[in-house]
Design a protein around this ligand. Structure first.
Ligand SMILES: Nc1ncnc2c1ncn2[C@@H]1O[C@H](COP(=O)(O)OP(=O)(O)O)[C@@H](O)[C@H]1O
Ligand SMILES: [Mg+2]
Length: 212
């Protein structure tokens, strides 16, 4: 089950492989030399565990994620369903994607973030690279990935930091499409009843950072 290397990220090696005859993605968290070994093993196991649990849990709220095929936290190994498609980042950057479609995806991303937050789940690494766009029978759909930093919290601050993380990476990556961010906020507000509170808190946190 070695598979073809598709990405070597800062944290993990991703390989395309098969699992019981299905095309699968193997995510292997690699050791970090700068961390003491015991601690490093614990961190990688913990992230693998969190990712496997969250990938599964959020499905109950209607969020699409890859199916988890196998999780071995002690080996920092996760095997999941292969999602055929592009990242949302690529889709938004593709000049062939119609503007109206881009707005729709951004609103859908806000909707997904709202569903997570309504269930007190913080993703921890929301970016347009951690959302995949795939074809289904009727059209296209978004699939959320990369839950290694996910955790549960009811604190406004934690939810606000999640939104700020997305906003920062969004603005850095899609600076030429600010309308998309407004659509994210719209989707978020329509889905999550406390969205306005989180957004207000977000302005407060941003102000704090700015004037610190
Ligand atoms: N289940 C999957 N199916 C297909 N491609 C995937 C899958 N999971 C991740 N990828 C690809 O690998 C990239 C990195 O995966 P990710 O889980 O975000 O790891 P990292 O922690 O390195 O960011 C994604 O942006 C996507 O292109
Ligand atoms: Mg990622």
């Amino acid at each position: 089950m070695k598979g073809i290397l598709i990405k070597r990220g800062a944290e993990a090696e991703l390989r395309k492989t098969t699992w019981l005859g299905k095309i699968a993605l193997k995510k292997m968290r690699v050791p970090k030399a700068y961390r003491a070994r015991e601690l490093d093993n614990e961190i990688r196991a913990q992230r693998t565990r969190q990712e496997a649990r969250a990938l599964h849990a959020v499905k109950a709220w209607g969020i699409r994620t890859p199916f988890v095929f196998e999780a071995r936290p002690k080996e920092s190994l996760l095997v999941m369903e292969w999602i055929e498609g592009k990242t949302l980042k690529e889709t938004l950057q593709d000049p062939k994607t119609p503007r109206a479609q881009k707005i729709k995806w951004c609103r859908e991303l806000g909707h997904i973030m709202g569903l997570l937050h309504a269930h007190e789940c913080v993703h921890g690494d929301l970016t347009t690279s951690n959302v995949l766009v795939r074809k289904n029978k009727r059209g296209m759909e978004l699939v959320l990935i990369d839950f290694g930093l996910a955790f549960y919290s009811h604190k406004l601050e934690d939810l606000a930091v999640d939104v700020i993380g997305l906003k920062k990476t969004y603005n850095a990556t899609h600076f030429d499409f600010p309308a998309g961010w407004n659509a994210v906020v719209k989707g978020y507000t329509r889905t999550f009843k406390n969205a306005r509170k989180v957004l207000a808190h977000m302005n407060e946190v941003e102000g704090r950072v700015r004037y610190a």
